[in-house]
Design a protein around this ligand. Structure first.
Ligand SMILES: NC(=O)c1ccc[n+]([C@@H]2O[C@H](COP(=O)([O-])OP(=O)(O)OC[C@H]3O[C@@H](n4cnc5c(N)ncnc54)[C@H](O)[C@@H]3O)[C@@H](O)[C@H]2O)c1
Length: 371
């Protein structure tokens, strides 16, 4: 059932404000307006040049230079924040203190203390807080989760992700915080757990103080492994993920949105020693090369799915899939990865970090989360 259509006939429309109209903010305006029961009443950007550009692109949109001006002059229920990450906390707090529901782009904040304070403030005021971990609204990732949870792949061995492109180059955050934040959200979601230990290497290659490439390995409970490589200095745009289970394997390729998922009936069969084998090498292990299928996947535009989900959560009071806690978890993993690359790739135990920290949210154990 399409909940958006059902709600549209009954509920009062959600009035939205969008703050930050750079590369991403105008996409949010368009996606919010696709919901039958939501309206962008005003948007703000600090830069007069950006406002002039957006005025041309989206005629009729009311524009202000700050959230404060929007709050003074307009009435709205929710704010979508797409300013650079370093300002997420400052703008996000202002939104919550004004009593508005908050959608905030990924990563939720620049550090876990700020992310925690946003979660606590939203909870105290009984407001919705959702973070824009867009890949959890991607039909391919939803299908991946369904296949993993159904047991079709068996027990998972590992997940490997590549996220590369030439640009966009950011200067407010490095490639780890910008790009791998997506992969960490996906890993935590697919494994239904937080990592116990992480290692990371990251390098700045363009002579700027932000790292342009990063690779990391995350160890999850049950000896399950996730690895990523991210770069904004690569000739090819790749958004691919491989999930390897002990029964079947799966690939996700976001560059093939019409058929993003492929399932391979392949694996290694561990044989009993008393069975006949023709060579010593495959005495215990036999490679199984079965068929592969490309199932049909319900996709839809992930950004529209994401914005609709937030609006529906405001209307129904349901908790968003990518709530503040999920955003905080991602930030905590990013911090651990950052510590690892600052210490030349040393393994960082998230378990020990949790115990050493005084902050209540940092005491969350790397245990399974209900999905
Ligand atoms: N989900 C995704 O796939 C995705 C993609 C791109 C960007 N993002 C996220 O969106 C956010 C913005 O990214 P971007 O690429 O649009 O950045 P950007 O630098 O292109 O744009 C940011 C805009 O915010 C404005 N701004 C900054 N502080 C402000 C304030 N206090 N009040 C009003 N305006 C302010 C700037 O003038 C600028 O126009 C980041 O958090 C980024 O991680 C998410």
């Amino acid at each position: 059932m399409d909940i958006s259509k059902t709600l549209s006939s009954q509920a009062k429309p959600v009035r939205a404000c969008v703050v930050g109209l750079g590369h991403w903010g105008p996409n949010l305006v368009r996606a919010i307006e696709r919901h039958p029961n939501a309206k962008v009443v005003v948007a703000a950007d600090a830069s007069p040049e950006r406002r002039a550009l957006v005025a041309q692109r989206i005629p009729g949109l009311f524009l202000e230079s700050s959230l404060a001006d929007c709050l003074k002059k307009y009435d709205f229920d929710a704010v979508f924040v797409a300013v650079p990450t370093e300002f997420h906390f400052q703008v996000g707090m202002q939104v919550l203190e004004a009593g508005k529901h908050l959608f905030i782009e990924k990563p939720l904040a620049s550090n876990s203390q700020e992310a925690l304070e946003l979660c606590e403030e939203a909870a105290r005021r009984n407001l919705q807080l959702m973070t824009g971990q867009i890949f959890l609204y991607n039909g391919g990732i939803t299908a991946m989760k369904k296949y993993v949870d159904s047991g079709e792949l068996g027990n998972l061995f590992y997940i490997n992700a590549n996220r590369t492109n030439l640009g966009p180059l950011r200067s407010d955050v490095n490639a780890l915080w910008d790009l791998a934040s997506h992969d960490i959200a996906i890993f935590n979601y697919i494994f239904g757990a937080l990592p116990m230990q992480v290692t990371c290497s990251a390098y700045h290659l363009l002579g700027r103080p932000v790292e342009d490439i990063a690779q990391g390995t995350l160890l999850y409970p049950g000896n399950r492994v996730a690895a990523f490589f991210v770069s904004w200095l690569d000739p090819q745009k790749k958004r691919d993920i491989t999930v390897v289970g002990d029964r079947k394997m799966l690939t996700f390729d976001d560059m093939r949105p019409e058929r993003p998922i492929k399932i391979f009936d392949k694996g290694v069969t561990v044989s009993r020693p008393d069975e006949y084998h023709d060579t010593f090498h495959n005495f215990r292990m036999a490679i199984r090369e079965g068929q592969s299928i490309e199932p049909e996947v319900t996709t839809g535009e992930p950004l529209v799915n994401e914005c609709s989900h937030f609006i529906d959560c405001i209307l129904t009071g349901n908790r968003p899939l990518t709530d503040g806690q999920l955003g905080l978890d991602v930030v905590r993993v990013l911090e651990a990865l950052t510590r690892s690359f600052h210490e030349n790739g040393k393994p960082v135990s998230m378990w020990q970090r949790d115990r050493a920290s005084a902050s209540p949210a940092a005491q969350i154990q790397p245990a399974a989360r209900p999905n």
